[in-house]
Structures are given as C-alpha cells and as structure tokens.
Design a protein around this ligand. Structure first.
Ligand SMILES: Cc1cc2nc3c(=O)[nH]c(=O)nc-3n(C[C@H](O)[C@H](O)[C@H](O)COP(=O)(O)OP(=O)(O)OC[C@H]3O[C@@H](n4cnc5c(N)ncnc54)[C@H](O)[C@@H]3O)c2cc1C
Length: 438
C-alpha cells in the first residue's frame, strides 16, 4: 500500500506507505520500491536509498518457520523523498519490471533449491551408510534405497530442466542482441519468452526439495526430528520455496494461462495440433513401432504421446471455455501438472541422451535409470490429472473418446522394472557417497 506524489517543485517524489515480507531489509543499502503515482492505473518502480533519516523505518525481524539466516522485515515509508531521476525505467512500467524480476527469481529459486536437494541426498546417503539396524547398514534395505533413488532422480530432473531453460534463455538473449536490441531489451525479452519454463521450474523444484527433505528426515529416523541433525532445518527451510516468488498455485495457473494467451494471440499453435490429436483418435491407431533397442526409443515415444494427452485436454478445455478458462482453476491446475511433468521428463531424457552420446551409454547407466524412473512417475501423474480434468468438463461420447485417448497416450509397450531402476540408482549414489551427477 504505497503511494508516490510529485513534490511542488517537480524535483522529488514523496513516497508513503508500507511493505511486508521484505527480504534483506535488515541490512540492504538500496530498495527497489513499487508505488502508484497519484491515481495512475499502473505502478512505477523507484530506486530508494535505505536512509533512516529520510522517513524509512523497519518492523522487527519476522519470527519465521525457516530461513532464519535471511532477514525479513516490514518497511515503512513516511514521505520519503526520492529524486525524480531515481525512477526505474518509465512511469507506469513497474508491473512489467516486477514480472520480469519474478521470472528470473523463479529460475534462480529452482537453482537454489537444487543445491539444497543435492546436499540432502548426500547427507542422507552418508547417514544411511553409517547407521546400522539389525546388524546391517540401513542403506542395504530396499525401503531406504527406494527413497535415495527417488530423491536423486528428482534432483537430476530439476537440474536437467533448469540447465535446459537457462541455456534457452541465454541463447535467446544472444539472438536478440545480434538483432540489434539493447542489452536491457534483449535480457527483458529473452527472459520473458521463457516465463512459462520459469514458472514450471519454480513449482517442480520447490515441491521436490520439500519432498526430498521430508524423506531425508525419514532416513535419519528419530535423529531426523532432532534440531541437532541437518534434516530438521532443511525441511523447515524448504517450505518457503512453495510460497514466495509467487505461490505454486499462482505459478501453476500462470504456466497454462500464459500458454493459452500465446495461443490466443497466434504466437503458439495450440488448437491446430490439438485438432490433429482429435482426428488421430477418431482414426485407426498406427501400429508402427520404433526400434526399442535404441536408447530411449520407448521413452521418446512416450513423451510424444504425453504431449498429445496435454494437447487433447488443454485444447478441448480452451475450445469449451475460451478466455473463461481462467475461471476454471481446477482444470488449469490439472493441465499444469501435466505440462510440468512432460517438461521435466523430456528435459531429463534430452540431457541424458546427449551425455550418453558424449561419454558412452555404459558411463550413464544411473542417469539413464533416473530418466526412466522420472518418466514412469510422470506418466502416473498424467493419468491421474488427465482423468480428473476430462471428467470435470466433458460427458457422453466426447468423454469416452478422451478417456480412451488418455489410456492410449499413457500406455507403455515395455513396462519398466522400476524396482531394479531404483536399486541401480541408489547403489550408484551409495558408491559415490553422495550426489555426484553432472
Ligand atoms: C520469508 C518471505 C520473504 C519474502 N520476501 C519478499 C520480498 O523480498 N519482496 C516481496 O515483494 N515479497 C516478498 N515476500 C512476499 C511473497 O512473495 C508473498 O508472501 C507470496 O507471493 C504470497 O503472497 P501472499 O502472502 O499475499 O499470499 P496470498 O496471496 O494471501 O495467498 C494465500 C493463499 O491463497 C492462494 N491464492 C491467492 N490468490 C489466489 C488466486 N487468484 N487464485 C487461487 N488461489 C489464490 C495462494 O496460492 C495461497 O495459497 C516474501 C514472503 C516471505 C514469507
């Protein structure tokens, strides 16, 4: 609730109001403050020096569940004088700046969560190697191996998707610079074009880090619950990631919402491919099969089918509701979960395929297993969320056709043996005494 008013001599803005939940407020030298100038429709950004003599005061440190080493305080402005030249960019462009800062913040948050995941996996596996029960190190128990394998797999998938999006953003910025854009424009546009990926990463990795920390506690048993062991703070610190940089609910809806908007503006063809999937369903199924002895032949076929499942569901929902789709949040959330899983699984396969070519398949056995395990879990999510969405907005023959399509698009030809995949992954992490994949 912050307003800016131009001074009578036109040299300053006077900012008054308050902000909550300001990270680093306790020690920062500069604030970026968004405020509404008078009755403007849009907000404006300002660069504000943290000077208590200039009407700035802080609330007490918030008492938080986690991230205790991060300062979080309220900031109060009382007619704080800001020179007009401290306006960030132009009047009314604050929302755009804030959104772009959020996009970058989201992919950076994913990277931060990934480091937490890698540390939790390494701590957990080393504890499991040391801890003996029934005269056996607990790492030898299948129940523990399954957890370690899943934790490592999620970290590996998060890394794969983050590297992919980051490289895409870098390339796009370079392309825009070559096209003659200014550095600022190139960066703004480069990031904006991958805003969907940034939201996907934020949601997926923040949920994985929480799940990983939770399983980390479980592997530590009673010690996991103790504040003396590292898992307790890992679990508390992970919790915030689902809330800030836009909550996961908002980011889920944004991811699909942005895609639908791009489709409506003609920037992405969503309905064309969706119609093709519909026609394919009405026709005779193809019996062509890939050469399953080739690495990831089954998995790449599955990714292509999962994309069809997404197109079928999202395309039908857009056709049914048009721009009103944004009011149907549960459908958006289900579609978003499918989108997220497909992106994460595909990124994991792409990275592993590349590294298998580069270093040899024999050196990538655990990574191949992780890509397969991730995809297996992703297929389950697509089945569950797909059914939920289809039944919520269709009926009769249309519903039967889509459910049949979902079944066809999620069917494995060669069902993977996930128990042995988990065993292989966990043994590799245990042998390496930590998460060592790069
Ligand atoms: C430790 C910490 C540090 C932070 N640091 C900063 C900072 O430095 N700078 C800054 O600007 N902000 C910061 N924030 C703020 C943070 O970004 C917000 O708290 C967060 O975006 C959620 O907003 P909110 O708290 O208003 O929750 P609300 O918007 O009140 O959300 C409450 C619940 O309602 C749901 N919800 C809200 N709107 C909708 C909707 N339209 N449809 C469906 N569900 C909805 C949410 O998903 C959530 O589950 C920080 C917060 C914390 C806790």
């Amino acid at each position: 609730k912050t307003k800016a008013v131009l001074s009578k001599d036109g040299k300053h803005y006077l900012i008054s109001g308050q902000k909550m939940w300001i990270s680093n407020a306790g020690f920062c030298k500069l604030f970026i403050v968004f405020a509404r100038i008078e009755d403007d429709k849009n907000i404006t950004g300002f660069i504000v020096e943290n000077d208590p003599a200039n009407g700035i005061s802080l609330g007490d440190e918030e008492k938080k569940l986690g991230i205790h080493s991060s300062s979080t305080r309220q900031v109060f402005f009382n007619e704080t004088k800001i020179p007009v030249e401290n306006m960030l960019s132009e009047r009314g462009s604050g929302f755009k700046i804030a959104m772009n800062a959020l996009n970058i913040g989201r992919i950076k948050l994913a990277a931060a969560c990934l480091e937490a995941q890698r540390r939790v996996v390494s701590e957990a596996v080393n504890y499991a190697i040391e801890r003996k029960q029934f005269k056996t190190a607990i790492i030898n128990f299948g129940a523990i191996k399954a957890k370690i394998a899943q934790m490592a797999t999620n970290a590996y998938a998060g890394e794969s998707a983050s590297y992919r999006a980051a490289k895409n953003i870098e390339d796009r910025i370079a392309m825009r610079l070559e096209d003659g854009n200014s550095h600022q424009e190139a960066e703004l546009k480069g990031v904006e074009e991958y805003a969907i990926e940034c939201s996907i990463l934020k949601v997926a990795v923040s949920e994985d880090v929480q799940q990983t920390a939770d399983e980390g506690i479980q592997i530590f048993g009673g010690m996991g619950f103790s504040a003396e062991a590292p898992m307790e703070s890992a679990w508390r610190d992970a919790r915030i990631a689902r809330i800030y940089e836009g909550t996961n609910e908002i980011n889920r809806m944004l991811a699909v919402g942005m895609l639908v908007k791009k489709a409506m503006k003609g920037h992405v063809d969503l309905l064309g491919p969706a119609t093709k999937v519909g026609e394919e369903l009405m026709g005779i199924p193809s019996f062509e099969t890939p050469d399953y002895s080739v690495l990831f032949a089954e998995e790449n076929e599955m990714i292509a089918k999962l994309k069809k499942a997404f197109l079928m569901i999202a395309g039908s929902a857009v056709q049914k509701f048009g721009t009103d789709l944004e009011k149907h949040q549960q459908i958006l959330l289900a579609a978003s979960d499918i989108l997220i899983e497909v992106y994460m699984a595909e990124s994991t396969i792409l990275r592993t395929e590349k590294n298998a070519k580069r270093f040899g398949e024999d050196k990538q056995q655990a990574q191949i297993a992780m890509a397969q395990l991730y995809l297996y879990n992703a297929v389950d999510v697509v089945i569950q969320k797909g059914k939920e969405a289809i039944v919520s907005f269709s009926e009769g023959d249309e519903q039967r056709l889509m459910l049949m399509g979902l079944k066809r698009f999620t069917k494995y030809t060669n069902q993977p043996n996930v128990a042995s995949l988990r065993e292989l992954i966990a043994d590799k992490v245990a042998n390496d005494k930590g998460y060592t994949f790069d």
